[in-house]
Design a protein around this ligand. Structure first.
Ligand code: GLU
Length: 319
C-alpha cells in the first residue's frame, strides 16, 4: 500500500503515466452512454479525462478535465457525509444499513427484517439518506447541500435544471422506492421534497478536476487540500470510505475491491472517484458505461493506476 512518503517518487512519473493511459484508452469504443433521459443520451462519448489531486494540493490532469457533467450517483458519497454530520453514526444506522446488495443500484428492495434500505450508495438508501438532511424548508435543505459540495470543490456549484427536471419527470422507480420506504416508516411523509432534493443532488454540475479534489479531500481526513478548510467532520471519513469500499461500484463493488483495492464511487454520467487515504484522490470521466453502469475507460484507468503504483490497500510489498 502506497504511503504519503512515497508521493515524491510517484509524482515524478504521474503526469506522463496519465498521458500514456489517456492515449492508450482514448480510442477504446466499447460501452454505452446512459440513455434513460435524453440529456444524458446526447453527451459526446469521446469525452475523456483523468485527474489526480494529492493531499499536498498538487494536481496532475489530462484530457477534457474542464468539461462539466452531472455528478449523479457520486453525490451519494458526499450527502452520506452530510447526513452523518446531521445525525451521527448510530442514528443513521437505524435508517440506512451498510450492507452491499449485489443487486442493481435501482433495485426496489429493502432489508426483510429491519426494513432499512441496504446502504447509502444504492438509490433507495440514498433517497433515505437525503431525506434526513436538516433544514427548515426545501430551500434551506438545498442550500445546505450546495454549501457542502462547495466545501469540497472550492467554488460555487449549481444544479443543471434540464437534467433535474427530466430526472423528476421520469423518476418513477425512485418514487416507488420512496413510497415503499414511507410504507415501512423509514422516511417521513414529505417524500416529494426528499425526491426533489435527491434529483437535485444528482444534477449538480462538476468537472473531472472537481472530482479529483473532492476525492483528495476525503483522502486528506476531510480537509480540502486546496483551501485547507474542513469539508466534512474527520470523525466520519472512515464511515464514508468504508461504505464506498464495499458498495461504491454498483454490483461490481466486490471485484473492484479485489482488483483495484481502494474506496471508490461511480456515477451513471461516466464519472468515477477513487481515494488513496492520506495520499491522493483520483477522478476519471468518460461517459460510455459497461453493463453494471461503470465507466469502461474509468475502470481500466483505475486498474492500471492501482497496479502501477501499488495502490491496493492490502498490498504488502513494494515493487
Ligand atoms: N439519477 C440517477 C438515478 O437516481 C442516478 C443514477 C446513478 O448515477 O447511479 O437513477
Amino acid at each position: 500500500m502506497v504511503k504519503q512518503e512515497d508521493l515524491q517518487t510517484i509524482a515524478s512519473s504521474l503526469q506522463s503515466f496519465l498521458e500514456d493511459l489517456h492515449s492508450k484508452y482514448e480510442s477504446r469504443g466499447d460501452g454505452t452512454v446512459a440513455n434513460y433521459i435524453p440529456e444524458l443520451a446526447k453527451v459526446n462519448p469521446d469525452l475523456f479525462s483523468i485527474c489526480i489531486a494529492t493531499v499536498n494540493g498538487d494536481v496532475y490532469e489530462v484530457g477534457d478535465y474542464n468539461q462539466l457533467f452531472t455528478i449523479q450517483s457520486i453525490s451519494k458519497v458526499f450527502v452520506h457525509g452530510l447526513a452523518l454530520e446531521d445525525h451521527g453514526r448510530d442514528y443513521l444506522l437505524t435508517r440506512v444499513g451498510v450492507e452491499p446488495t449485489g443487486d442493481a443500484f435501482n433495485a426496489i428492495i429493502l432489508d426483510e427484517k429491519s426494513k432499512r434500505p441496504y446502504n447509502p450508495m444504492v438509490n433507495a438508501g440514498a433517497i433515505a439518506t437525503t431525506s434526513l438532511i436538516k433544514g427548515s424548508d426545501a430551500t434551506e435543505r438545498l442550500n445546505r447541500m450546495l454549501d457542502m459540495f462547495e466545501k469540497y470543490t472550492s467554488h460555487n456549484v449549481f444544479v443543471d435544471i434540464s437534467v433535474f427536471t427530466s430526472e423528476r419527470i421520469t423518476g418513477h422507480r425512485n418514487r416507488a422506492m420512496a413510497h415503499l420506504m414511507l410504507n415501512f416508516g423509514m422516511i417521513d411523509q414529505n417524500i416529494e421534497q426528499a425526491l426533489d432534493l435527491y434529483f437535485q443532488q444528482c444534477s449538480v454540475m462538476v468537472n473531472c478536476h472537481d472530482l479529483a479534489v473532492m476525492a483528495a479531500t476525503l483522502a486528506n481526513k476531510g480537509i480540502n487540500p486546496m483551501t485547507g478548510k474542513q469539508a466534512v467532520d474527520s470523525r466520519y471519513v472512515k464511515d464514508i470510505l468504508s461504505v464506498m469500499y464495499t458498495c461504491g461500484m454498483y454490483n461490481f463493488a466486490g471485484e473492484w475491491a479485489y482488483k483495484v483495492g481502494i474506496p471508490a464511487k461511480s456515477g451513471i454520467s461516466g464519472g468515477i472517484i477513487a481515494i488513496v487515504p492520506d495520499v491522493m484522490g483520483i477522478g476519471v470521466f468518460s461517459p460510455p458505461l459497461d453493463s453494471r453502469g461503470n465507466s469502461v475507460r474509468g475502470v481500466k484507468v483505475c486498474e492500471e493506476l492501482s497496479q502501477q503504483f501499488g495502490l491496493h490497500l492490502f498490498e504488502c510489498w513494494r515493487k
